[in-house]
Design a protein around this ligand. Sequence first.
Ligand SMILES: [Zn+2]
Length: 268
Amino acid sequence: MRQVDRSSVGNPPCLDRDLSAEIEKIREGAKPRTDIYRHEEVMIRLQVLYLEKCFLCEKFVGKKGIVEHFLPWHKEFPERAYEWENLNLSCNECNDRKRQKPYRIPADPHKPAMKTVLINPSKPSFGYTVEELIRFNKHREAVAGGKKSVSSEVVNTIKFLNDTKPLRYRNRRWDELTEIVFQSDCKTIWWEFRDMRAINPNDWDDAEFSGKISALERGDAVYQMFLTERSPFYACMKYVVFEILRLSVADFKQMSDTYRKYKGLATD
Ligand SMILES: [Zn+2]
């Protein structure tokens, strides 16, 4: 889960107009209109906001993400159907699990939901950031962040993120990364790079060049594939990489930038 700033994408015009007649229809028993809350203007904004990943588990969903209602709509709460602040991009699995105990209060789907007991990534509780509330350990498990006050939202979000499936996805992701890392043992060279002020391939002599340039190339691959905000499960991977490899996102970015500059490739 990563924090997002809704103001960065602006309100979708299709929701920014008078929808009172449509809201009244839901109050009378109609279902919300998908051509309104799943309008292209909403989809595009949510894809940009969440970088095409699920707003809870950070699995890549691309253009297939579901528009989900953080607080479920109900005829007693019809306005929730079209509230921009209430809409998120989700994967199928999270959308289903979120409806169950203990995340929805009450869990009975026939009764209107009074509360969703999960952290809302665009509006975390008590003025804390998502990162202050949730971290990950080296076993890819979500744990409470540095802030002492652990609320039910935090406890539930940790439980939600540590459910079998999302945990299995993150473990698989880590396996993919270690395949890259341990194909050749470049960890020692990475630590050397980390401890230097600047890396300059032009300074390397012939004897050391090929080993170092291949470590640098691998460092670039790790950064591009796993450690940009856009990468699936980024919030978790950055902690795991630091806990296990003692290398930060900034260390990998430095390797990536150096490699790309040296090769004349585009950097982000
Ligand atoms: Zn998900």
